[in-house]
Design a binder for this molecule. Structure first.
Ligand SMILES: Cc1cc2nc3c(=O)[nH]c(=O)nc-3n(C[C@H](O)[C@H](O)[C@H](O)COP(=O)(O)OP(=O)(O)OC[C@H]3O[C@@H](n4cnc5c(N)ncnc54)[C@H](O)[C@@H]3O)c2cc1C
Length: 444
């Protein structure tokens, strides 16, 4: 039996669903390449960043995921370059050869070329980003309670979220919950509520791609919670902890969270003409990158215009990535058997967003609903796809505890210690070393 070397770069929704489908299919020797050693679930990142759940609740190590899958291997490394002429990829940890290559790297935050926002704004794309936001907000609040001037207290505790899509809406909804239910208990030094939460978007509505019901409900619920919503407004710059808006107004805020847009991750080595809108890779109806015979792209990074219902490509959603990854695995098996591959058609199962505790909005292809039932559906839908039974149980328990007590206990500022990097190599110390042995702790 011929063995095909298949390299999949990116172990997100598209990459792992493709690999899972090929598990046990020995005609493919699959190597998943990812810069992290874990798969994670982006839809719940905002709950990590607001200290509601632990990062480990929504992450799972690749090596454990594919423990008993003999034809699947993991390579930890970041893609540097594709070499189509030699069928190899370069990563920062080595070179890999392939017969088929699948690019499933997803997207990164788009700062629209603003260097100040890039430097001082906080993106929300990865587990690192979410933990960074958590630490940043908690540190600023500690500074705010120590500050003496009222305007410093306000600046340090104001939070501006740029981007009124699902991530921005879910983020401010949760922050408003925390501000109402926890801030007064945790920060008794702040006699009255200080600081405000702003949600800013350039379009005329929140939740742009969702139904009118979802847009109106999110605006109503968040406004009632005290979130200051500014529509038809763009963030122009972020200078000296001041958010400068297109309306000429500005907001003093030590925290600017940027959820305003994404752009495809760069893939050096491919012909420039395959790079389409949003830096996505132009693919044909079976997700093959245009102009190549053995390179494919799936998920957020793929730009496909052959699906009759999505002529300007698909929305960048988990379901699209899952369905593309799964179909590509089936198509690779078909190609291997000499059968014709099937074109991709997206089966839209609906979209949803949570606005606050007990309130969510759900859009299905045949209608929308909102409120408590929508919230229950949201909870269920977000537990089922988590990787790992233990993660599902832990998350369900954490949610139950947090919703019942209104007081989760994860508001910890934990940062890895930054160590001075020495230019001297570490060498074996001999018996006559001048190290002060008395200063070292005794070995027991
Ligand atoms: C905060 C947030 C909330 C979201 N909420 C929802 C939601 O509620 N519903 C929904 O449908 N969609 C949601 N999405 C979108 C959804 O997460 C994406 O559509 C989906 O993750 C795309 O899957 P993917 O496999 O294409 O890419 P990703 O899931 O982004 O996976 C890409 C993988 O590639 C790896 N990678 C990146 N660069 C490199 C490199 N250079 N070398 C090696 N590996 C690399 C990454 O580590 C990652 O594992 C949300 C996204 C975010 C950021």
């Amino acid at each position: 039996m011929k063995e095909n070397r298949l390299v999949v770069v990116g172990g997100g929704f598209a990459g792992i669903n493709l690999a899972k489908k090929l598990a046990g299919k020995d005609q493919f020797k699959v190597t998943i390449v990812d810069k992290n050693n874990y798969h994670f679930f982006p839809p719940l990142l905002y709950q990590v960043s607001t200290a509601f759940i632990e990062a480990s609740n929504i992450s799972y190590p690749f090596r454990k995921l594919f423990q008993e899958r003999d034809n699947i291997r993991f390579h930890m490394g970041s893609l540097i370059k594709v070499n189509p002429e030699s069928n190899t990829i370069e990563t920062d940890t080595g070179i890999l050869s392939y017969d088929y290559l699948v690019l499933a790297l997803g997207t990164e935050t788009n700062f629209f070329g603003n260097p100040n926002v890039m430097r001082c704004g906080l993106p929300m794309k990865t587990i690192d980003d979410a933990l960074n936001i958590r630490n940043h907000v908690l540190l600023r609040l500690e500074e705010a309670v120590r500050a003496t001037a009222l305007e410093d207290k306000a600046r340090l505790s104001n939070i501006v979220v740029a981007g009124g899509g699902p991530t921005g809406v879910e983020m401010v909804g949760m922050m408003a919950e925390l501000a109402h239910k926890i801030a007064a208990k945790d920060y008794p030094e702040a006699a009255s509520r200080i600081g405000a939460i702003y949600l800013i978007d350039g379009s005329p509505t929140l939740l742009g791609p969702m139904s009118k019901t979802a847009q109106a409900e999110s605006f109503k619920v968040l406004s009632k919670f005290g979130v200051k919503i500014m529509l038809n407004t763009l963030v122009k710059d972020y200078v000296n902890e001041t958010v400068i808006l297109s309306t000429g107004e500005s907001i003093k805020a030590a925290t600017l969270i940027w959820t305003s847009g994404v752009i495809g991750r760069e893939v050096p080595g491919l012909a420039p003409e395959v790079v389409a809108r949003g830096r996505r890779l132009a693919v044909d109806e079976i997700n093959r990158v245009k102009g190549y015979t053995n390179i494919f792209a799936v998920g957020d990074i793929a730009y496909q215009t052959t699906d009759p219902d999505y002529a300007s490509s698909h929305p960048q959603l988990a379901q699209v990535a899952i369905q593309q990854g799964t179909l590509l695995a089936e198509n690779l098996l078909r190609i291997d058997r000499g059968q014709a591959p099937k074109p991709f058609r997206y089966n839209n199962k609906g979209s949803m967003a949570i606005i606050s505790k007990f309130k969510a909005v759900v859009d299905l292809p045949k209608g929308s609903f909102k409120g408590f039932f929508a919230w229950l559906v949201w909870l269920f839908i977000h537990i089922i796809p988590l990787v790992g039974f233990r993660n599902r149980v832990k998350l369900a328990f954490n949610w139950l505890f947090s919703f019942l007590t209104d007081d989760p206990t994860l508001r910890l500022i934990i940062r890895p210690r930054k160590k001075e990097i020495s230019t001297q190599p570490c060498v074996k110390v001999d018996g006559n070393s001048s190290i002060d042995r008395a200063a070292s702790p005794p070995i027991r």
